[in-house]
Ligand binder design. Sequence first.
Ligand code: AMP
Length: 219
Amino acid sequence: MYIIIVGCGRVGSELARLLSCEGHNVVMIDKNPTAFERLGGGFNGLSLTGNAFDIDLLKSAGIEKADVLCALTNGDNTNLVIAQIAKKIFKVTKVLTRIYDPSRAHIYKSLGLDVISGTLLFASMLRDKIIESKLSSFFVENPQMAVLEVLIKDKLNGKNVKEINTPGKSLVTAVIKNNPEAKEKIVIPDDNTSVEKGDMVYLAVKIKFISELKSALDI
Ligand code: AMP
């Protein structure tokens, strides 16, 4: 993919490294030339210095052929403007916008932008670490749903997935087998897949049923 990342700070540089390692074409833009030092030697994309509101700069970055643009500066308003330029003027198919202020997320969304709020993500991850002893990831985008990571203990030992699923409430989506001899370590189950003590099960659940499920499943 051809990906433009605006803002080569802590978030942008990390993302650039990940995408670059996967072989994507990545172009970085930052107003501060020293920001590119974060990329390290392994980065093999293009780095352009300048203000991302500069249309000519965006054109030199290849925005007309970009598949994705990520607006990852440290300014919410800046990101909003960059994202609007990419979407409305250059018709970039996928535009992702970083925001700090969660209350602005609604406004951004109503403008049709794909918004990611690090603040919200971090807060909900902390919430999960505090409330769920085992990791669970509540989808920030859709707070009605969660994925719970459930360690199988005595109560569910030997049960098959059909007995664990509760239609309309929760579904086992994956099982990581604990047994080192298991033919496959990661199993995408069908109804008859059985789970054993020590296995890890990933359960898609509707949040409103979470307490009910926790006591029913002993988690
Ligand atoms: P960070 O908060 O560490 O992810 O860094 C944000 C980055 O965005 C910094 O490297 C800033 O120099 C960069 N930045 C902020 N505003 C702009 C802008 N208008 N154009 C290009 N880069 C910017």
